[in-house]
Design a protein around this ligand. Sequence first.
Ligand code: G6P
Length: 369
Amino acid sequence: EMLEKGGYEHFMLKEIHEQAFTVRDCMRGRIYPNEGKIQLGGLKDFDEKLKTANRIIIIACGTSWHAGLVGEYLIEEYARIPVEVEYASEFRYRNPIISENDIVMAISQSGETADTLAALEIAKERGATIFGICNVAGSSITRFTDAGVYTHAGPEIGVASTKAFTAQVTVLTLIAFYIAQLKEKIKPDAMKVLLTELDSIPDLIKECLKTEEATKYIAQDIKDINNSLYLGRGIGFPIALEGALKLKEISYIHAEGYPAAEMKHGPIALIDEGFPVIVIATKSSSYEKVVSNIQEVKARKGKVIAIVTKGDVDVRKSADFVIEIPDADDTFLPLLATIPLQLLAYHVALLRGCNVDQPRNLAKSVTVE
Ligand code: G6P
């Protein structure tokens, strides 16, 4: 088993470290930065459908649902198609309004999640075109869909999803750019710039993995907490949700993800001395606003752990701990900021003596309701 773990103590740690390669594998043969072109063989028969779609509905559960939220930001931003993201279990028990001009896209690592498959059955009955973003080739969802894009992350053993998530986000980034290319929403020169930066992301993920020492140190400080809050804005919001989910799944610490500005509508009441707040505070259009959210936490003596862009000075002045990640366009933030949050959850769980790879009560794939 040690061999299977590639020398790492747990599958989860191995899978976290593999992300520099899995994100690369996911892009291989799909992006051509020098030509500013992107190709998705799995979707090419549906180019017309993608050009004329009224709406994309993304359906998923758990971590895959968080990837869906990232997809919503990216597809709306670049492809200018309205996107809705739904929990499969909710979608299937409503009376959803679906038309033939809708594309329903399932995201599922295993391709076997019962609720996701059942939601797709309803969408197909009502005439939607069905796409899948799956990791496991030949799985039930891949067999049910009209078309799809594999994530190519390789087998994921740790119950808490890591490399499958970043691969899903990579595929969604590719899909957003692909539709934008089809609809000519991005000029070829701008596409070259985006694809060149995307091509450099695996190297930046390697940089992010170097935050492990910092996360170990912070884990020592917070290992005995019972509650925590994760904040992010814009595309950082789903990353806050995913960071919180990782911590609760494997360390059993209660963790809530929130849009930073919503803090004042509830969670701020929780903050007292030493209450840990993990904030995604990288350089972006809402940076100043996040800095002021951090000050609100500090004014109540909360403990701020901030993910910042390398070289940041402002956040460092008020945060208790900072974790630096490389600078990149906001579009690629989810692929970078996620890494230290996975590492932090891992090291906290390890210090608490939890079963990191097989947390209590959770299953890798939920094939019953
Ligand atoms: C379970 C797993 C999660 C996963 C979710 C959805 O809850 O523990 O890690 O995100 O199912 O699984 P799927 O295979 O559909 O992505």
